[in-house]
Design a binder for this molecule. Structure first.
Ligand code: 26V
Length: 825
């Protein structure tokens, strides 16, 4: 626009090709005008966010295209990450940082006096296309793949409604729809020309508001790709996340119109679009719903058609498939890929069974993310019959051959063959998706060492004996760009000032911080960054939720999905133990502490929702009681999401990782806290074990039974024994059950009593409570010595280098995918 000084965004270090004709400000003004028909001075917050994001997208487009052209030309092996979830969070600030253009964007925006930088960034909705760890891992992985310049693509679903928004009313969780796409998303690019047809063997009809599948109709859905740029750090490689939206073919013509089928066609479209309407919010109980099945089939069908079409554009020999394509299955959710890839190779490529099978196994790899038996997916055979009977035929044949193999290798072991069968025959016939994934792929990995070991020795031991070479471990990691560089600017800045910036792409560099743990000046600067993060968080919390916290207290956080095995109950029981100690002797010394809880419970998970209610009620009572007020405080922060994690993790002193040993596959929040200078109190579970190995157990607060002890004590464990023999345990429980925290709603916590005492306390809260309280006591004593505390915190950060997703992805690339970087000039 005339009158504005031209600044040279083109010279930004991260991206030399940034739009050359127009300055950022000009492009921003143009977007406001042309996209919204509004003058800059009249633009709303949302319009200004969109204009900034679109300007940035314009800038990165050339690089995005260049990445695709380079991959097409070089024809390298490509990696495809198939996942039902990508928990992306916000995109704008991370793209700005990864492109290296932050100073320029800030400068350009300052020319609009009404632009408030942080407001623009926070206007962006948090893309919640996932439940928790599995979905966030997928988002970290695609960022690392781009940073490592590996030719890769993420495939997922474009849910119109992400994970529900959580409100808290009278202490109860209320679910509200998250219509994050209500306004157009500036990052997505619809690619209608690459639409894919998904054959479906039934019709969907609405009967009295209920969706019914009517068999015997061959029809199809359409998968429309929506692409999102995935910017690697340094802006060299920009890969693609392709999310599929469901639609239906437009049968509309004038003949149908006049014959009245106009309405039928519109109804078909609406029904088709329901397939990608909403993310399933249950992260561990099996969703029995047929719609979920169709979602998984839809993801697999669209993605494989796309992958195979791309492969065929540059390769005419099917035999090269596994040399050019690696497909990673994020849990069993996309495990129908085994059958679908076979179908493509048999029916479309016309290969023979043996060649098709070898290519399938060599192309696919599977990651397991949970040891909870109830989370292992099984799908009724009748779903396959209705939706994709050809896949079922192929799965039956896969299983026939596989079971024959098993019987040949273990001729006298009949139970083994039926345990290993892909088809479960007792009761309603079902397909065991984990068995299918293991049989049909060349690699099965767990996500932390202990998890991979338990997988091999307990969960699928038969398979590990038959295919020992297929089983391996890939300990999870998180991207340091989002979780340190962007989320904690002060701490990241201090690290860079002290050891240089190589850590951003090689997190093992953090080891160089080790000697600084003994440096008085560095320690006090670390404390300053932590203190200001706490103050920022307290300010944000007060202005957004009205909750008031004191940044002079210890900030202690347990933020994750609410689950019995994660044991938020153990945490709140310990808070009640502290409260009882204060009640019986107010003069005792307890370091002032704020216990933060955040997390969503699956809408149908009644006990998890009751735990939320208990946490809120304990918080209220403790606040109202003069004996505890100002000394301990419990805060339940509503609507946990990626953005909240980005705020709270840098402000946290104590990270709670207290799952029943043997049940948390890995955890990834634990790693984010570690690199942001929190100390961990935790059990020997998941990746926490490896974190303590890296930092030294003396710098950790480990407590409780280990996985083996948990397994071995199941036979004789008695929660009653602890109730009878441990006064603090009994007093804490009695306080709950005597309605001290539920005066207005007596008896509401009875199900918690039943679970802990009458039904055997499956997750062994009471077994670990006393050693947990003891570890907490030691932690409190250490906090009283700021230098000793800070020293350990810095040692923890120095030991966190292993937990970068760059390291994880490099291991997948070398040991599973056989993929190498493909640099973009
Ligand atoms: C299961 C289901 C069941 C059907 C309905 C929808 C649904 C959605 C997700 C899941 C699987 C949840 C498994 C999961 O999130 N596992 C977590 O994976 C993290 C990344 O590997 C790991 O750090 C956590 O320990 C593990 O709990």
């Amino acid at each position: 626009m005339a009158g504005h000084t031209k600044s040279n965004i083109a010279a930004a270090p991260g991206d030399p090709e940034l739009a050359s004709e127009a300055s950022g400000r000009e492009s921003y003004d143009r977007h406001l005008l042309l996209d919204h028909v509004v003058r800059p001075e009249d633009a709303s917050q949302r319009e200004r966010f969109e204009a900034v994001a679109r300007t940035l997208r314009d800038f990165l487009t050339q690089r995005w295209l260049l990445t695709q052209q380079t991959h097409d030309r070089e024809n390298p092996k490509r990696v495809y990450y198939l996942s039902m979830e990508f928990l992306i969070g916000r995109t704008l600030i991370n793209n700005i940082i990864n492109l290296g253009v932050e100073p320029y964007v800030r400068k350009e925006l300052r020319t609009d006096p009404r632009q408030d930088w942080s407001e623009v960034v926070e206007t962006e909705p948090d893309a919640g296309l996932g439940n928790g760890g599995l979905g966030r891992l997928a988002a970290c992985f695609i960022e690392s793949l781009a940073t490592l310049q590996i030719p890769a693509m993420g495939y997922g679903l474009r849910y119109e409604y992400g994970i529900f928004r959580q409100a808290i009313e009278n202490g109860y969780q209320i679910e509200q729809p998250d219509h994050w796409l209500a306004q157009p998303d500036p990052w997505e690019v619809c690619q209608p020309r690459q639409t894919v047809q998904v054959p479906v063997a039934c019709r969907f009809e609405l009967h009295d508001g209920v969706l019914r599948a009517v068999p015997g109709y061959a029809t199809h859905l359409l998968g429309v790709p929506y692409d999102r740029p995935v910017v690697g750090y340094g802006g060299q490689t920009i890969n693609t996340l392709r999310l599929w939206g469901a639609s239906s073919p437009d049968h509309f013509d004038f003949g149908e119109f006049s014959s009245g089928d106009f309405v039928g066609a519109i109804v078909d479209r609406i029904l088709a679009e329901t397939v990608t309407r909403v993310l399933y919010p249950d992260d561990s109980t099996r969703a029995g719903q047929a719609l979920r099945f169709v979602q998984e089939y839809f993801l697999v069908c669209c993605s494989l058609a796309d992958i195979v079409a791309r492969f065929r554009r540059t390769n005419d020999d099917w035999g090269l498939l596994s040399e050019k394509v690696a497909i990673q299955l994020n849990d069993t959710h996309p495990a129908m890929a085994v059958g679908e890839l076979m179908r493509l190779l048999l029916d479309e490529a016309k290969l023979g069974w043996d060649e098709a099978w070898e290519l399938t196994v060599e192309t696919l790899a599977y990651t397991n993310h949970t040891l909870l038996p109830e989370a292992l997916e099984k799908w009724p055979v009748r779903f396959f019959e209705l939706v994709c009977p050809r896949l079922l035929e192929i799965v039956y044949e896969i299983n026939r051959r596989f079971v024959a193999d098993v019987q040949q290798r273990y001729p006298d072991d009949h139970p083994r063959a039926s345990r290993m069968s892909v088809i479960e025959d007792s009761g309603e016939r079902q397909i065991r998706m984990a068995n299918l994934a293991i049989v049909g792929s060349h690699s099965t990995n767990g996500v932390a060492q202990i998890h991979s070991d338990l997988l091999r020795t307990r969960v699928v031991a038969d398979f590990a004996q038959m295919f020992p070479e297929r089983f391996n471990n890939k300990t999870n990691g998180v991207t340091p760009r989002r979780w340190l560089l962007a989320a904690n600017r002060d701490w990241a800045g201090l690290i860079t000032e002290s050891i240089g910036d190589a850590w951003i792409t090689d997190l093992s560099e953090l080891r160089q911080l080790l000697p600084l743990a003994d440096d008085q000046t560095f320690r006090s600067r670390f404390r300053q960054t932590k203190q200001s993060a706490k103050e920022r968080f307290a300010d944000w919390l007060r202005t957004t939720t009205g909750q008031v916290v004191d940044p002079e207290t210890i900030f202690d956080s347990q933020i994750k999905r609410i689950h019995e095995y994660k044991r938020q109950l153990l945490n709140i029981l310990h808070v009640i133990v502290l409260y009882n100690r204060l009640r019986s002797d107010p003069s005792i010394s307890i370091p002032p502490r704020t216990f933060f809880f955040a997390g969503k419970a699956a809408p149908a998970y009644r006990l998890a929702k009751l735990i939320i209610k208990l946490i809120n009620n304990v918080g209220r009572v403790i606040d109202e009681d003069p004996v505890s007020r100002g000394r301990i405080k419990v805060v339940f922060v509503p609507n946990y999401n990626v953005s909240l994690a980005e705020r709270l993790i840098p402000a946290t002193d104590v990270s709670e990782q207290i799952s029943t040993a043997g049940y948390e596959a890995s955890g990834t929040g634990n790693m984010k806290f570690m690199m942001n200078g929190a100390l961990t109190i935790g059990t020997r579970d998941g990746a926490t074990i490896e974190m303590a190995e890296e930092a030294g157990e003396e710098n950790f607060f480990l407590f409780g039974l280990n996985a083996e002890q948990v397994a071995n004590s199941r036979q004789w464990y008695s929660p009653h024994w602890h109730y009878e023999n441990e006064p603090e345990t009994r007093d804490a429980l009695d306080l709950i059950f005597n309605d001290h925290f539920s005066r207005d709603e007596p008896g509401i916590f009875t199900p918690i009593r039943e679970s802990l005492l009458d039904h055997g306390d499956f997750f062994m809260h009471l077994a670990d409570l006393s050693s947990y309280a003891e570890a907490q006591q030691q932690l409190g004593e250490l906090y009283a010595d700021p230098d000793a505390w800070t020293r350990k915190a810095i040692i923890n950060v120095a030991g966190s280098g292993k937990f970068s997703s760059d390291r994880t992805i490099a291991e997948y690339a070398a040991e599973i995918w056989n993929a190498v970087p493909c640099p973009i000039d």
